[in-house]
Design a protein around this ligand. Structure first.
Ligand code: FAD
Length: 330
């Protein structure tokens, strides 16, 4: 979308995590047009942001599936219906019109929809910034590694001490020319087994150290090296074409709090059709709450199907709630 523009769809899905992606597939299966908005630049929600390299063991049909591969499959499954993805865009303000809803995104673009499905998980993620990295984001400093191959032959420094920092280190070590982990404490938040694996793989780990500067190469300004200051030790300069700041995320429902929904403990109350307190607005996945709720990917998939089938009837009262079996579809 240019700025500001208007897009019209049957269903606007807010959140491109596993629930939102499956909902996009399901909307297409029900013959509905859809757009999916996410404030992150990548699809996959928590899975992409926090554990893309981990194996997930409790998604039906996959004895074990890597987070990254599950999201790839969901994007491919939804892709058959050509969803419009509005990534790196925040859904901000929701207004009702005589025949539907209008969502204003940051930047002023508007999406008109017959129904909105909120699959916003734990809310909008904001990566915790690397203080010394001010101005380097997108110029060598990243918070995610969506395509490992982009770092082939590079010197990569990963900053952080949690599971995702170690996940990136282990995933990149056979692709990058060098991988170094820098952590400001001596203890790690990451699971002991993954720390051991990194040590046994010979990854250089610098603890009790702060990143104090990022510097360019002087010709095209691309990131070339970083400066690290160990507590009480001499400053080190490490070559780095990429710095992965894996310092965690803060999550916040933010604008959703103002959409006239019933919200309790950062979750949206829904009924058994996944309808919220506001007409034409549904919620599914981690963000949706009802008695007995269990926050899992598998649950989100089921709730997405329930929400979309009910939305199909809302938008066309002659439609059947039961979609028929996908195995019978041509
Ligand atoms: C480390 C870790 C391991 C896990 N392991 C498992 C596991 O093994 N099995 C399992 O079932 N579950 C696991 N989970 C939980 C699982 O990841 C979540 O249940 C799942 O991601 C929920 O999916 P979702 O699509 O509902 O929400 P999310 O994945 O949270 O996605 C929501 C998306 O909405 C976006 N968003 C929010 N507000 C806005 C807005 N206003 N505008 C635009 N975009 C917005 C966010 O940016 C985000 O991308 C794990 C979670 C973590 C953190």
């Amino acid at each position: 979308m240019g700025s500001p523009e208007t897009l019209s769809v049957d269903v606007l899905i807010v959140g491109a995590g596993p629930t939102g992606l499956f909902a996009a597939y399901y909307a297409g299966f029900r013959g509905l047009s859809m757009a999916v908005v996410d404030s992150l630049p990548e699809t996959g929600g928590q899975v992409t942001a926090m554990y893309p390299e981990k194996l997930i063991y409790d998604v039906g049909g996959f004895p074990a599936v890597r987070g990254r591969d599950l999201i790839k499959g969901l994007v491919e499954q939804a892709g058959q219906w050509n969803p419009t993805y509005l990534l790196g865009r925040k859904a901000e303000a929701l207004t009702s019109t005589p025949d539907g809803l209008e969502m204003t995104l940051d930047g002023g673009d508007v999406v008109r929809a017959g129904a909105v499905l909120i699959t916003a998980g734990i809310g909008e993620f904001t990566p915790r910034p690397l203080p010394a990295g001010d101005g380097w984001l997108g110029r060598g400093l990243v918070h995610f590694v969506p395509a490992l191959e982009a770092h082939r032959g590079q010197d990569v420094v990963v900053v952080g001490g949690g599971d995702s920092a170690f996940d990136w280190v282990l995933a990149l070590r056979s692709i990058a020319s060098s991988v170094t982990l820098v952590h400001r404490r001596s203890r790690f938040r990451a699971a002991e087994s993954i720390v051991r694996e990194a040590r046994e793989a010979g990854v250089r780990i610098i603890t009790d150290a702060e990143v104090t500067a990022l510097r360019g190469n002087g010709t095209d300004g691309a990131l070339a090296e970083i400066e690290v200051e160990p507590k009480g030790g001499e400053r080190l300069v490490l070559p780095a074409q990429t710095v992965v700041a894996a310092l965690g995320f803060t999550a916040d429902l933010g604008p959703i709090e103002n959409w006239g929904l019933k919200i309790d403990h950062r979750s949206i109350e829904v009924d058994s059709t996944m309808a919220t307190a506001r007409e034409r607005v549904y919620a599914a996945g981690d963000v949706a709450a009802y008695p007995g709720k269990v926050k899992l990917i598998a649950t989100g998939f089921g709730e997405a199907a329930t929400a979309i089938n009910n939305i199909a009837v809302l938008l066309d009262p002659d439609a059947h709630l039961f979609p028929g079996h996908s195995s019978n579809a041509e």
